[in-house]
Design a protein around this ligand. Structure first.
Ligand code: FES
Length: 129
């Protein structure tokens, strides 16, 4: 009986390993393409609040005092987040993780804050990447 169960588990092992490896490999292939390239935006085109740059899968959070740039992918399993202006929150459509307007995790299953993306400001332009 026990040997039979072990055999069944051993038969499933390759599928488990494949499942564990599929996520990081898929994430690398499907989600990293747009973020590898550096690009620039004119600061005058970025309004206070949240600006989504769909082409590059990022959100820009701008106030009169600061700017932050976030990866638009949820830190749980990589779904693209939606921003709800009335709630001032990012909410994941996949498993409903929630994040504040400045990227802090409020509610899981995501275990960490949104990923920040490095940028520079030069000559009234925002260089991201
Ligand atoms: S991918 Fe966002 S909560 Fe799961």
């Amino acid at each position: 009986m026990l040997n039979n169960t072990r055999r069944k588990l051993l038969k499933l092992l390759p599928f488990s390993v494949a499942g564990v490896l599929a996520y990081p490999i898929g994430k690398f292939i499907f989600f990293s393409e747009n973020r590898d390239k550096e690009f620039q935006l004119s600061l005058k085109n970025i309004k206070d609040g949240i600006t989504k740059i769909k082409k590059h899968d990022i959100f820009i959070y701008k106030t009169p005092d600061k700017i932050e740039v976030f990866n638009a992918h949820c830190t749980h399993m990589g779904c693209i987040l939606n921003y709800y202006k009335d709630k001032k929150r990012f909410i994941c459509p996949c498993h409903h993780s929630q994040f504040t307007i400045d990227g802090f995790r409020i509610k899981g299953p995501a275990q960490r804050d949104l990923d920040k993306i490095a940028f520079k400001i030069k000559n009234k332009k925002l260089f991201i990447g």
